[in-house]
Ligand binder design. Structure first.
Ligand code: ADP
Ligand code: MG
Length: 688
């Protein structure tokens, strides 16, 4: 039942250069040829009489050249007149031409011209039509002619030839049972391919080119279904591994909650229950906790950790930057030390002695909660009994890094720790249904009460003096402020210089204020000292690079200035802005921009100005950048959809989701066959 997918390299008639060109288009096997779908079509299926032509339409006419000359005024052009059987004339005009074309348009030649008709000075004309000399008996095409996406050096003719060949020689057999597609009025796989590559003359071109024809929809459905099947199978495979079943916490969580100065929001309670339930299972949790900046994910993570600890297991929290990890460490200390829980710190920049002490505590199990950076998954780190791994800002980590943390706790092939990933970049629903279908998702969809919304202002760089006044006022009133330096992607050295210059300039501008500087190239101890001073209120104005983008939590800071905001991405701006508005004071975020904005930069600033809802912003970000860029690192492990479009095909996605569960349960052989067709070229999917 398996589909045989010969590689194109095995086909003798395909030359090396052709093979290389096909590869550039991602085509390496017959299946790839079949699924290389046309961008658009041209109609060579009938001949239009010149008297029936209409301006603006594509048409094919046939006739005899009755006049041809090269004109030099008003500019050089090859002009020919074609007369058809009805006796009418049509002008063919070429502004660029070769001598061979002059020869091909000799008076007396019979030819077909295909092009767009327009009203010229001397009646209808076609500019640069596609011409083909014909004899009386040359038949017209029977189907519409596909125009494929291609690459330099690969002609349409050659693509058409090989794709036709694939249609005749490839495997077009059905991979799905009829009940999977017929109720949705979708055609068979074979029918779909034939109609997309070679549509009948009467086919609805608009429908085809807009990708809403049932044929395109069928392939989009197949692709979405394959994605669901592979993600869900992967999910099931991980679920089949064992994990410690952690009984609900009786004492520690209650004690923690009692010690807090606030009560959980109902959204926090809801996700805490979801996580708590997962932890009681004897297979590993694989959950993504999403919540907008400031929604309070950290406390939820701490509750999960306590459930593990109360059951005698260790928990670990990993954060992507030292500043954030350090902050988590402090917070966990504050929260958990009173409960007599040993929290251990591990980072790459620790001195040798401290590090050795930490490593030992992790290995002998006295470290109950370990907080750290990437250092957590280095080789020397051995956990005595890791029950739960928590990864904050998961999108900042590569697929492999997340995988290795899970393997850390994997004491045997059959047992793995529970895993909780957290993300402040909300993932729009369609993405979470598709690219994240291998995870369970919890969402904190409400912010703690008492937050005052951040007022966002767009200010042209020329008016930065007014901004200085704002900063002075805020600091004089006892608030604190961030000044975020421009992002300079091209050069780290330049980035550093800009940060130093900005720092010097602000120190000069505000001799009466205590100004601090933090950037990515500082030593960890220096960074920590600066952050501690800012948290304690000793520094009033903190000049920072985007290192503060993730997670930093200083409630007394109520003003943020972002320089060159037009250079930053939407989620980055949203994250940065989320650093203020964390206390009761009225907060503001000032986006300084350089005039001469590009269209996308303008669109981004408009969105961030108008919305403060992370989900809205994420949706807009997705629309601006597309799923590939939006997903960032994750994409390194996940093949992108090529035919389906999540926005257009949301309904198909929903159907595919339901059907995938049914097929996996009841029709595993169909699943195998379908995946083999659709994922044959995909690298083994590494997902964590
Ligand atoms: P994020 O989801 O961005 O990681 P944090 O966990 O850092 O957010 O929480 C942001 C701030 O809100 C912290 O100072 C935290 O202590 C506080 N916080 C969390 N939950 C609540 C709540 N239910 N009520 C009030 N404040 C809360
Ligand atoms: Mg956080």
């Amino acid at each position: 039942m398996a589909i045989n997918l010969p590689g194109l390299a095995d086909i003798k008639a395909i030359s090396k250069p052709l093979l290389a060109n096909l590869q550039k288009l991602g085509i390496v096997d017959v299946q790839g040829l079949l699924l290389h779908l046309p961008l658009r079509y041209v109609d060579e299926t009938h001949i239009t009489a010149i008297r029936d032509l209409r301006s603006g339409e594509q048409a094919q006419v046939e006739g005899e050249i009755v006049h041809a000359e090269v004109q030099y005024k008003p500019r050089k052009a090859l002009i020919a007149q074609l007369q058809d059987a009805g006796g009418q004339l049509l002008v063919l005009r070429f502004l660029h031409f070769y001598p061979s074309q002059i020869a091909a348009l000799k008076v007396g030649t019979k030819l077909r011209a295909l092009g767009e008709v327009r009203q010229g000075f001397f009646g209808y004309e076609m500019v640069h039509p596609q011409c083909k000399s014909v004899r009386d008996e040359t038949p017209v095409k029977e189907t519409l002619t596909p125009v494929y996406p291609t690459t330099a050096g690969l002609s349409q003719a050659s693509l058409r030839k090989w794709i036709s060949w694939a249609l005749n020689n490839g495997d077009l057999s059905e991979t799905l049972p009829a009940f999977a597609y017929e109720p949705q009025a979708l055609p068979s796989f074979a029918q779909s391919l034939k109609n997309l590559h070679h549509p009948a003359p009467e086919a609805d071109l608009y429908q085809l080119e807009d990708h809403v024809s049932p044929y395109w929809q069928r392939l989009a459905f197949d692709e979405l279904l394959a994605q669901q099947l592979s993600m869900r199978r992967h999910y099931a495979r991980r679920r089949s591994i064992g994990a410690p079943a952690l009984k609900p916490s009786k004492a520690l969580i209650t004690a923690l909650l009692r010690s807090l100065p606030f009560a959980l929001t109902s959204a926090q309670q809801k996700v805490a229950v979801e996580i708590g339930n997962d932890l009681t299972q004897n297979h590993p949790m694989q959950r993504l906790l999403q919540g907008d900046v400031g929604s309070g994910k950290t406390i939820v993570a701490a509750m999960g950790a306590l459930q593990a600890i109360e059951n005698g297991w260790q928990a670990a929290i990993m954060a992507p930057t030292e500043i954030l990890a350090e902050q988590h460490y402090k917070k966990m200390q504050d929260w958990l030390a009173p409960l007599n829980i040993k929290v251990t710190w591990l980072s790459g920049s620790q001195n040798k002695t401290d590090r050795a002490i930490s490593l030992e505590a992790i290995a002998d199990g006295t470290a109950q909660l370990v907080v750290g950076t990437h250092a957590l998954f280095q080789e020397q780190v051995v956990f005595a009994k890791l029950g739960l791994a928590i990864i904050d800002e998961q999108h900042r980590f590569g697929v492999h890094q997340r995988l290795s943390l899970r393997q850390k706790g994997q004491t045997s092939k059959t047992k793995a720790p529970h895993q909780l990933m957290m993300s402040a970049t909300p993932i729009p629903r369609t993405l979470s249904m598709s690219y994240y279908a291998d995870l369970d998702v919890s969402v904190i969809d409400e912010l703690p009460p008492g937050r005052t919304p951040v007022a966002t202002k767009l200010v042209a760089d020329a008016r930065r003096d007014e901004v200085l006044t704002r900063v002075r006022e805020a600091c004089e009133q006892g608030s604190q402020a961030y000044w975020v330096c421009p992002l300079i992607e091209e050069s780290e050295a330049l980035q550093l210089k800009t940060a130093n210059d900005t720092y010097a300039w602000l120190q000069e501008s505000f001799p009466e204020l205590r100004v601090g500087l933090v950037h990515g190239r500082m030593k960890t101890a220096e960074k920590q000292a600066v952050m501690a001073a800012f948290t304690a209120g000793e520094i009033q104005l903190l000049v920072a690079t985007t290192v503060i983008e993730v997670g930093v939590d200083v409630p007394n800071a109520s003003l943020m200035v972002i320089e060159h905001a037009e250079r930053m991405g939407l989620s980055q701006l949203h994250q940065l802005r989320g650093r203020v508005g964390r206390g009761a004071a009225k907060s503001a975020c000032i986006l300084l921009y350089q005039n001469k904005l590009s269209d996308t930069a303008r669109a981004r600033l408009k969105i961030i100005y108008e919305s403060s809802d992370g989900f809205e912003i994420a949706k807009a970000d997705l629309a601006l950048r597309g799923p590939g860029e939006f997903l960032g690192l994750r994409q390194s492990g996940v093949p992108m959809l090529k035919i389906a479009d999540l926005e257009r095909d949301t309904e198909l996605l929903e159907t595919a989701q339901g059907l995938a569960e049914q097929l996996l349960k009841e029709y595993p052989t169909y699943v195998d066959k379908h995946l083999e067709r659709w994922l044959s070229r995909a690298e083994e999917l590494v997902k964590v």
